[in-house]
Design a binder for this molecule. Structure first.
Ligand SMILES: *[C@@H]1O[C@H](CO)[C@@H](O)[C@H](O)[C@H]1NC(C)=O
Ligand SMILES: *[C@@H]1O[C@H](CO)[C@@H](O)[C@H](O)[C@H]1NC(C)=O
Ligand SMILES: *[C@@H]1O[C@H](CO)[C@@H](O)[C@H](O)[C@H]1NC(C)=O
Length: 855
């Protein structure tokens, strides 16, 4: 990385423990294949037994995906969805070579920035807001996209079991384009002056691609081209076994204001893509076609009306005048069995007035279900947020978590260690599918292991089966050693958004086992009888039973590979022991990236957060084992591990600083470090400034004197006995404004810690060094609410801290959402403003649970 922008992007990526989308294509398949050949050759030369190494071999256990509950009719219902998380809007099938559809729009009259096509969700597009206002994860979603003068409402309705429909059923999307509030105000002002409203045109494009590419059978414009949308256009029809045979995609004008839509001018493109590597470049393909059209149409950015035979990509472009008020609306209808008996009535039900009625029904059903599931308590007298704003933000949070779920198929790249007879190498993992929540559609539109544990805390309360399905996909990623790669970059579209150097996953690197939180909650819910006595209970029990051997393997992997230097201690691996470029070498594996640890990474360090995760995981395993019907001896082994690891004397012996009452990491540490510019002469004699760490006093073994989220883990994981003075002390530390407390939530690192808000390198601004993060604040609320109801001397203090923390946190999240249009990755510990990537509706969506006081 040499340019400023690129190196900045790289720096941002590396400090996230999440790689950041760079937008450029990383064509790694070739390199990966070459590496695999090299490894295969080395294995042969080494005369080793055949078969892939254990790092890239799936765990030998029945697959979660094959559970009966994920067969029919579930599979058919879930076939279609808004599973293209990284786009503003697209639908795809949950299949390996999917049918893909997507939306593109642009301003045809913007000659200053021509062809700024909107397709992939990108922060650089600077939309004033976008996101799902409602989404149920299965059949209904409404999204609003506000882009400058445009406002585009996208409503998705699926009818998976319409009578006469084929596999996966039919679906419709209503696109309603209107002037944004800003443009509407300008039009109204013009009208008040007696002038005509300024004209505003919009170009909308919709495409469909058969992901089998050259193997596809597909006819673009089967009924010919028409210049105006008029009564409707058949965009494509084809045959695909994933949808049970014949299908068609049709575009129709929709009420209200059908005249505006009917008059929209239509242009076309049909062509054949031949390589999977082209799929992430659809936007470029369309852009090139618009440039060709510009030349032939003498100055209009229009598709060239060229339709190749055969085609596997078909696109239609509608260019139209936005009405001065109201919307120009279009219905896209995907039909299976379009020639079948009930095709006509099914089309009528999913377009025009039929669709309007269906949308109204689904919309009301969503609201009723949301209010029933998450009664938003504005119960705190001191809550800043009025209940309506809090409800709106919470409904959007849930909807975006659900509406950003993706389906990905592909291979991770895995770093194999050197072995006798085989050098170290990067090789592709086995090909796997992942159905998962994603942290951010613009920045992180793919799966992240430790984020997912938080996502599922919310999703499991909305739709337990969807949650089991997603968690099951994650557990199917376990390899023969019990490892799950922490970042899932599967398929060419996901790969295209990650710079090459962040793609490779390391089989010795962990990531917090946060999935144990929703798993334990699921086991508890089952034991309490929350799922009722019927099919849902049976499904949950069967799921836990099948998950059990996988969870045992996962736990054993942690317990073996992340063990610390002394019994009962744990250490995050993957810190760089040799670098002098970082103020405090990152611990990406912990999920907390640049949160300060021992200044000099070594095998002798031990990490309090990981010990607490292991204690929590042990306790969860005991509960899961009981609910899953595991042998009692196994469940007992985990219960005794939980008791041993979580015992206060153990925690204190390993991590407690008696003088301050703080829990701390242990390691080789000095506070006397600084990043300093040094002038270095490169080859060729050019001078440059490099920031290197200077160490003024040598490190000594000690408890690391930094106070922040890591210090809170014994409290967060609810390991402290309710009557212990240590609990009282942690609550005192938590509410101290000198340290973590702010009016908007808990900051990640104490204001008077030496590394507070320090840059880690020249290019890495602080990340977990003061900013407020919602996932840890949620854990704090959960723990405080637990201790508030546990009888003991600290219940009142816990309750008071709980109420004030909740009011500040949810109040700020709702206010920032209303003001900025987004939920954010983190929040400023000064003013509470949103920071870093947005929309970030992964764990920030825990807002909904905090608003509903569901822990
Ligand atoms: C540690 O950082 C240095 C740069 O300071 C780099 O050259 C080296 O490859 C890194 N080591 C590991 C194991 O990443
Ligand atoms: C974790 O590892 C330790 C050390 O090997 C072992 O004693 C303990 O039994 C393991 N815990 C579980 C629950 O298997
Ligand atoms: C931070 O402030 C608290 C008082 O609020 C003090 O007890 C503690 O020692 C300070 N920590 C550091 C690192 O200065």
């Amino acid at each position: 990385m040499t340019t400023g922008k690129a190196s900045n992007a790289a720096a941002r990526s590396s400090r996230r423990g999440r790689s950041q989308g760079g937008g450029q294509l990383a064509t790694l398949a070739g390199a990966a294949a070459a590496a695999l050949l090299a490894v295969a050759a080395a294995w042969l030369l080494g005369g080793r037994a055949r078969g892939p190494p254990p790092e890239i071999t799936p765990l030998a256990a029945p697959r979660m995906k094959d559970l009966q509950e994920f067969g029919e009719p579930y599979r058919s219902e879930m076939l279609w969805g808004s599973y293209r998380s990284g786009l503003y809007f697209g639908m795809r099938t949950r299949t390996e070579f999917p049918l893909l559809t997507g939306l593109i729009w642009f301003d045809p009259d913007d000659m200053a920035n021509p062809l700024s096509l909107r397709h992939e969700a990108q922060q650089g597009d600077r939309l004033s807001r976008y996101g799902w206002l409602k989404h149920d994860g299965r059949r209904y979603g409404v999204q609003e996209l506000v882009d400058g003068d445009y406002s585009i409402a996208v409503t998705m309705v699926k009818a998976p079991d319409a009578a006469g429909a084929g596999y996966g059923g039919d679906w419709a999307v209503r696109l309603a384009a209107s002037r944004s509030p800003r443009a509407a105000a300008a039009a109204a002002a013009a009208a008040a002056r007696g002038e005509p409203p300024p004209q505003r045109r919009l170009s909308l494009l919709w495409y469909v691609l058969d992901g089998r590419l050259s193997d596809a059978q597909f006819e673009a414009l089967p009924e010919g081209r028409s210049k105006k949308l008029g009564k409707g256009i058949a965009l494509a029809s084809g045959d695909h076994s994933d949808v049970g045979g014949a299908w068609s995609l049709r575009l129709l004008p929709a009420p209200p204001a059908a005249p505006a839509a009917s008059a929209a001018r239509a242009r076309y493109l049909g062509l054949e893509l031949t390589e999977e590597g082209h799929v992430p470049m659809i936007r470029d393909v369309v852009r090139n076609a618009l440039i060709v059209g510009y030349r032939s149409s003498k100055g209009h950015f229009v598709l060239p009306n060229e339709v190749a035979t055969p085609s596997n990509l078909a696109a239609v472009q509608l260019t139209f005048e936005l009405p001065a008020d109201g919307a120009a609306s279009f219905d896209l209808v995907f039909q299976t069995q379009p020639e079948g008996a009930a095709a006509g009535p099914r089309l009528a039900a999913l377009s025009g007035d039929g669709l309007t009625a269906l949308i109204a029904q689904r919309d009301a059903a969503f609201d009723a279900r949301f209010d029933g599931t998450f009664p938003i308590a504005a119960s705190n007298a001191d809550a800043d947020a009025d209940a309506a704003a809090l409800r709106a933000a919470s409904a959007a949070a849930l909807s975006n978590l659900v509406g950003s779920m993706g389906y990905f198929v592909g291979e991770s790249l895995v770093q194999l260690p050197a072995r006798r007879g085989a050098p170290a190498a990067v090789v592709p993992n086995w090909r796997e599918a992942l159905y998962t929540c994603t942290p951010s559609r613009s920045f992180f539109p793919r799966g992240f292991l430790w984020d997912e544990g938080f996502h599922q805390l919310l999703l499991q309360r909305w739709d337990p089966q969807l949650s089991r399905d997603a968690m099951g996909h994650w557990l199917d990623l376990l390899n023969a050693q019990g490892w799950i790669p922490r970042e899932q970059i599967l398929g060419s579209e996901a790969r295209a958004r990650v710079p090459a150097e962040f793609v490779v996953q390391h089989p010795s690197h962990a990531n917090p086992p946060s999935l144990v939180l929703p798993l334990a909650a699921m086991a508890d819910a089952l034991e309490r009888g929350d799922y009722g006595g019927g099919a849902e209970s049976e499904a949950a029990r069967a799921w836990l039973g099948r998950a059990w051997p996988r969870l045992e393997a996962w736990y054993a992997w942690f317990n073996r590979t992340q063990a610390g230097p002394i019994p009962g201690s744990y250490r995050w691996h993957g810190r760089n022991e040799t670098t002098d470029l970082e103020l405090n070498p990152k611990t990406l594996t912990s999920g907390l990236d640049d949160y300060p640890r021992a200044s000099h990474p070594s095998d002798s360090e031990r990490h309090v957060d990981l010990l607490c995760w292991m204690a929590a995981a042990s306790k969860a395993m005991a509960r899961i084992g009981a609910a899953a019907g595991a042998p009692a001896a196994r469940a007992r082994a985990f219960a005794s591990a939980a008791a041993a690891l979580g015992a206060l004397p153990h925690l204190k012996a390993l991590h407690h600083d008696a003088a301050s009452g703080e829990f701390r990491d242990w390691g080789s540490h000095t506070e006397a470090v600084a990043l300093e510019p040094t002038t270095e002469t490169a080859e060729g004699g050019t001078e440059r400034t490099v920031f290197r760490r200077s160490v003024r006093e040598p490190p000594t073994p000690q408890l690391v004197p930094q106070f922040g989220y890591v210090s809170l883990f014994p409290l967060l994981m609810q390991l402290l006995p309710p009557a212990s003075p240590e609990l009282g002390r942690q609550i005192e530390l938590l509410v101290s404004e000198d340290r973590l407390w702010t009016p908007h939530g808990l900051r990640s690192l104490a204001r008077n810690s030496s590394i507070y808000k320090q840059r880690n390198t020249e290019h890495d601004p602080p990340y977990w060094r003061g900013q407020i993060w919602v996932n840890v604040n949620y854990l704090a609320l959960r723990a405080l609410s637990h201790y508030a109801s546990a009888p003991g001397p600290h219940a009142a203090a816990a309750g008071d801290a709980y109420r004030r923390l909740r009011a500040g946190l949810v109040g700020n999240l709702a206010a920032q959402y209303r003001g900025s249009g987004y939920l954010w990755e983190q929040y400023d510990d000064g003013g509470g403003g949103g920071l870093s990537s947005h929309p970030f509706t992964g764990w920030t969506a825990l807002l909904t649970l905090a608003a509903a006081e569901a822990y």
